[in-house]
Design a protein around this ligand. Structure first.
Ligand code: EPZ
Length: 416
C-alpha cells in the first residue's frame, strides 16, 4: 500500500477547484434506481466511494459508468434487490440503497452495515422510519430484509436528525402512496441536493434543508440530468491546509453559504476569509490564534466532518482550544497521531483539550479514517521535516486528486 511523504514548511498559495460533494453524490446515485430510466450526473468527484457505488449499481443490474466527472446510470435493467456483505463492508453508507430498492421492487435485502472507524454505526432510525411507512423489516443472519406491498405516506418524527435516515425516508416516500410529513429531519445541504435531484426526476418534495420536509408520493419517477453541489468538507479541508501553512489560497466552485458553520472557527484563528460568488479567498496570518471552542452539531451547527482538519489548526494555534464531538462516539483517533507529531492534545470522552504548540515535527503516522487522515496530511504540511502518512486509502475515499491539488498549491508532497 502506498505512503504519503510530506516535507513541511511550504506556504500554500494559488487557487484550486473544489470537488463535487461526496455526501451528496452517494445518495443521489442510490436514488437513480427509483426512476427505471437514465440519469446523468455532472461534477462527480473521482473517489473510491463513488467507484464502490458504481459497483453496487452494476451488481443490482444497472449500467453505471464514469466518463471524467460525469456518471451515467441506466437503471432500466435492474433485476436484483440484494447488496452483499463484501460491498456493504466497503461502503457502510450504502444503507441508503434500502429505501430506493424497497420503493422500486417492494423488497430489499442488505447485509447489515457493520461499524466503522467512527464507532458503531447503528441503523435503527432508518429501519424504524421504513417500518413507519408500512415496510416489514426483519434482521436475520446479519442481513436486513425489507418487504412492503405498498409504502404508505404518513407523519414521521425522527428522534435524532440523522442524515442517512432522512435520506432513506426521502427515497422510500418519494413513490409512496399519499403524503409523508417528516419532522426533525436532518438539514444538511446534501439533503437539499438529493431532494433537488429527486424533484428533477418528477418527485414532489418540499422543505428539504429545513427540519420539516413534506413528500407527496408520485407513481413514477424519470431519469434526469443533475449537477452535484460542491463539497463543503473538502473546501474546509483545503482552508485548514492554507491556514496551518500561513498561506493564501483561492478556492473555486464553493458554496460559501454551506461554509458558514465553520467560518467563525477560521476567523477566530486570525484568518481573513473573503467570499465572492462561487469563490472564497483565505489569507492566513503567520501565527494562528487558537480556534478556541468547537462543538460538533447537526447542520447548521459545526460539522463533525470538519472536526479533524480544524483540530490540526488548533494544534498549532497560539493558545488552548476545547473541542466537543457530539455526533460520533469515536472520532478522535487522529489526536493520538497528531501527538506523535508533537501536538499536545488531551482527550476526556467527548472532550478534547488542545494546547497549541509553536512547531510540529515530522514523523510516521497512520490514517485511521477519512477526515482524520486528511488532518494528518495537513499537520505534515506544517511540521518541520518529513511526515509519512500510512493507509492513505482512507483519504482516497473522500478527497479527489488530493496530493496533486496540494502540490499545485506549493506543498512538497509525494505518494510512493
Ligand atoms: C452522514 O453519515 C455522512 N456520511 C457522514 O460523513 C457525516 O459525518 C454524518 O452524516 C453527519 O453529518 C454520508 O453522507 C455518506 P447520521 P450518517 O445518520 O448518515 C447515529 C464523512 O466523513 N445514528 O447523521 O451515518 C450515528 O451512529 C462521513 O464524509 C443512530 O444512532 O450520519 C451517529 O452517531 C463520516 N442510528 C449519529 O447518529 C441511526 O439509525 C449521526 O449519524 C443512524 C444514525
Amino acid at each position: 500500500m502506498s505512503i504519503w511523504h510530506i516535507y513541511g514548511g511550504n506556504r500554500l498559495t494559488g487557487s484550486t477547484r473544489v470537488q463535487g460533494a461526496k455526501n451528496a453524490v452517494l445518495p443521489i446515485m442510490a436514488a437513480s434506481v427509483l426512476s427505471g430510466g437514465e440519469t446523468v450526473l455532472h461534477n462527480v468527484p473521482d473517489l473510491r466511494d463513488v467507484t464502490t457505488t458504481l459497483r453496487i449499481l452494476q451488481h443490482l443490474g444497472c449500467t453505471a459508468v464514469r466518463d471524467g466527472d460525469t456518471v451515467r446510470i441506466d437503471s432500466r435493467g435492474m433485476h436484483c434487490d440484494f447488496i452483499p456483505h463484501a460491498l456493504m463492508r466497503e461502503l457502510r453508507s450504502s444503507v441508503i440503497f434500502l429505501g430506493a430498492i424497497l420503493a422500486r421492487f417492494g423488497t430489499a435485502r442488505l447485509s447489515m452495515p457493520g461499524g466503522c472507524e467512527l464507532g458503531p454505526r447503528p441503523v435503527n432510525l432508518h429501519l424504524d422510519a421504513l417500518r413507519a411507512l408500512g415496510a416489514e423489516v426483519t434482521e436475520r443472519g446479519g442481513d436486513i430484509i425489507c418487504r412492503a406491498h405498498a409504502l404508505q405516506g404518513r407523519r414521521i418524527l425522527l428522534p435524532f436528525p440523522s442524515v442517512g435516515a432522512t435520506e432513506n425516508l426521502l427515497l422510500a416516500a418519494a413513490r409512496a402512496k399519499g403524503t409523508t410529513v417528516l419532522t426533525n429531519a436532518a438539514r444538511e445541504p446534501e439533503i437539499e441536493d438529493l431532494a433537488g435531484y429527486l424533484n428533477r426526476c418528477g418527485a414532489h418534495i418540499h422543505g428539504a434543508g429545513e427540519s420539516c420536509i413534506v413528500i407527496e408520493g408520485v407513481p413514477h419517477l424519470y431519469g434526469s440530468t443533475y449537477t452535484v453541489m460542491p463539497d463543503r468538507i473538502a473546501a474546509a479541508t483545503y482552508m485548514a491546509a492554507a491556514a496551518v501553512t500561513g498561506g493564501t489560497v483561492l478556492l473555486r466552485d464553493v458554496n460559501s453559504e454551506h461554509l458558514l458553520p465553520v467560518l467563525s472557527a477560521f476567523e477566530s484563528t486570525g484568518c481573513a476569509v473573503m467570499q465572492s460568488g462561487s469563490e472564497l479567498l483565505l489569507r492566513a496570518p503567520q501565527r494562528l490564534k487558537p480556534v478556541r471552542h468547537v462543538r460538533t452539531m447537526p447542520y447548521p451547527g459545526f460539522p463533525t466532518d470538519a472536526q479533524a482538519p480544524v483540530m490540526t489548526m488548533a494544534a498549532v494555534g497560539d493558545g488552548t482550544s476545547i473541542f466537543v464531538e457530539n455526533i460520533f462516539e469515536s472520532r478522535y483517533k487522529h489526536a493520538g497521531e497528531l501527538n506523535r507529531l508533537g501536538a499536545k492534545i488531551k482527550l476526556e470522552g467527548k472532550v478534547a483539550v488542545i494546547e497549541g504548540v509553536p512547531q510540529l515535527s515530522g514523523a510516521p503516522v497512520s490514517a485511521e479514517d477519512l477526515r482524520g487522515g486528511a488532518a494528518l496530511v495537513i499537520a505534515g504540511l506544517a511540521a518541520q521535516g518529513e511526515t509519512q502518512v500510512m493507509h492513505p486509502q482512507y483519504i482516497d475515499r473522500g478527497y479527489a486528486h488530493f496530493e496533486e491539488n496540494l502540490r499545485a498549491l506549493g506543498a512538497d508532497v509525494y505518494r510512493i
